[in-house]
Design a protein around this ligand. Structure first.
Ligand code: TNX
Length: 498
């Protein structure tokens, strides 16, 4: 039987009858799901089911696990039943993946699928700071993620190179801190309406936006707008080496930074005005963000004294918690003894941890909160897939091909961190080298599908589908659907593309 579903479902069984023919079939049931299915099928097959000989029935029946669904297809009917609207939406995407062209025209094989997510947080991240990406690009990225059953979009909204969301409380941030991107490329920012539009666009696809304001490091752009809030750039040996490696000017106070070095900037942690700033920006962001999370960054604060860093992240996470939101911080913040209770950690070390990064991650769990896993040498979508591509970086153990992106198991990464300590998996796409949607597609695909499988599918070792051999076959069969969506995926050589 042709199993073409990615991420792999909990169970899929061959029913044994002839397939369901789409020609002459009609779609009935839930209107939102029906319209999503029509859009997918007409892009794929060139026509939308509209007959009345057989039906595809799309229903919500409350009671099952959140986001779960069942799909039963045989010769006479297809029934997709979601435990909630998200579950039905995912069932519809599974159904679109099952459609294939046969001598009988487009058909759905006779199968029975039972499916539910492994983790409740399944994320992708887009860095809109190193290169600004317009609203339409973010929409397209949301569409791509939702097709693979991701349910969170982390927007890395600020960094040394630019501040990308307008906030009335601090209007100079976008007025003076958003003009450029890496390499002197054009900058930009989202208006509050743009941001609200993206939140709604994502929500309509069962995706929650997680905004990140990165601090206390990665704040050079803040200094363009409010110089009193940031320290002078720290030009350490490491920074000067990075500047030499990637070119561009060294960071300088009051000058927009368009290079690729990290770890030279810091808010003035000892100054109370820094905390007024934190309260202002997160307060306004909270009021525009219906989702439960606000991400405070906290990574690579190499320009900040460790004790000062600990004091800062403790206060910043408390400010977020006081707004009624759950703080998320990159794993470095785990070293701080007084993080707000419940602060979620995001681990970006390697699949085999180095440099005590696992200790920092475990500290979040000791503090009573779970972890999001983003092991850089597996799910960083900005690592090079091939040596000859101009896109991507190589710091996370060189080339990350699809096989490496696939071959890891979340509970095997950090000693002592098991299933219940893991909120989910997130695949970040940093954009130092990424200028366009075409660049995003080329780097993200097909590895984003491997990350989706780590986040959604049963653990490695518990399902025959969770092997590289199975994945490469299944992901290769996504090609017609991906082409129909206009996705310019990287044609990894080790995948048999259809
Ligand atoms: C590390 S991982 C970063 C980013 C860079 C990225 C490039 C992490 C939390 N920070 O600042 O953009 O590497 O791969």
């Amino acid at each position: 039987m042709t199993v073409a579903v990615v991420p792999a479902p909990s169970t899929i069984r061959d029913v044994g009858t002839a397939p369901f023919r789409l020609a002459g079939a009609g779609i009935v049931g839930d209107a939102d799901a029906a319209s999503a299915l029509r859009t997918l099928l007409s892009a794929l097959t060139g026509s939308s089911p509209g007959g009345d000989e057989r039906t595809i029935d799309l229903q919500i029946e409350h009671g099952g696990a959140p986001e779960s669904y069942t799909l039963v297809a045989d010769e006479t009917s297809v029934v997709v039943t979601g435990a909630d609207a998200a579950g039905l939406f995912y069932g519809v995407h599974t159904l679109a993946q099952l459609a294939r062209e046969s001598t009988d025209g487009w058909v759905i094989d006779a199968v029975e699928v039972e499916d539910a997510p492994r983790f409740r947080y399944r994320g992708v991240m887009l860095d809109v700071a190193r290169h600004f990406h317009p609203v339409a690009t973010v929409e397209a990225f949301i569409d791509r993620a939702a097709m693979l059953k991701f349910n969170h979009l982390h927007l890395h909204l600020t960094d040394d190179q630019g501040w990308r969301v307008h906030l009335d409380a601090r209007p100079e941030l976008t007025r003076q801190g958003s003009g450029t991107s890496v390499g002197g490329d054009p900058g930009g920012f989202y208006t509050k309406d743009d941001y609200r539009h993206l939140v709604a666009y994502a929500a309509a696809r069962h995706v929650t936006v997680v905004p990140e304001i990165d601090m206390p490091g990665h704040t050079h752009a803040v200094g363009l707008a409010y110089p009193e809030l940031v320290e002078a750039p720290v030009l350490s040996e490491h920074i000067l080496e990075t500047v030499a490696e990637f070119g561009g000017d060294a960071p300088a106070a009051g000058v927009a930074y368009d290079g690729m070095a990290v770890g030279f900037s810091s808010l003035r942690i000892g100054d109370e005005r820094a905390y007024d700033f934190v309260a202002d920006v997160f307060g306004e962001l909270a009021s525009m963000t219906p989702g439960p999370y606000l991400h405070v960054g906290g990574d690579e604060a190499l320009g900040t004294d460790p004790a000062d860093f600990a004091a800062f992240v403790a206060r910043a996470t408390e400010i977020i918690a006081d707004l009624g939101k759950t703080p998320i911080a990159w794993h470095e913040a785990g070293a701080a003894p007084d993080l707000a209770p419940g602060t979620v950690g995001q681990y970006w070390g390697f699949v085999t941890p180095t440099d005590g990064m696992d200790d920092a991650a475990r500290a979040f769990v000791r503090n009573g909160a779970p972890l999001i896993l983003s092991p850089a040498d597996a799910v960083y979508l900005d690592m090079k897939q091939t040596a000859d591509s101009p896109l991507g970086l190589t710091w996370a153990r060189g080339i990350t091909d699809a096989r490496r992106a696939y071959t890891w198991e979340p509970t095997a990464v950090i000693d002592g961190i098991g299933e219940d300590d893991i909120l989910g998996v997130e695949a970040p796409l940093w954009t130092e080298t990424v200028r366009s949607l075409a660049d995003i597609d080329e780097l993200a695909f097909p590895r984003i599908a491997a990350a989706a499988e780590a986040a959604w599918s049963p653990p490695v070792g518990t399902s025959a589908l969770r092997t590289w051999e199975s994945f490469r076959e299944r992901v290769g069969r996504q090609a017609p659907l991906w082409r129909a969506q206009g996705i310019g995926f990287h044609r990894s050589e080790d995948i048999p593309w259809r």
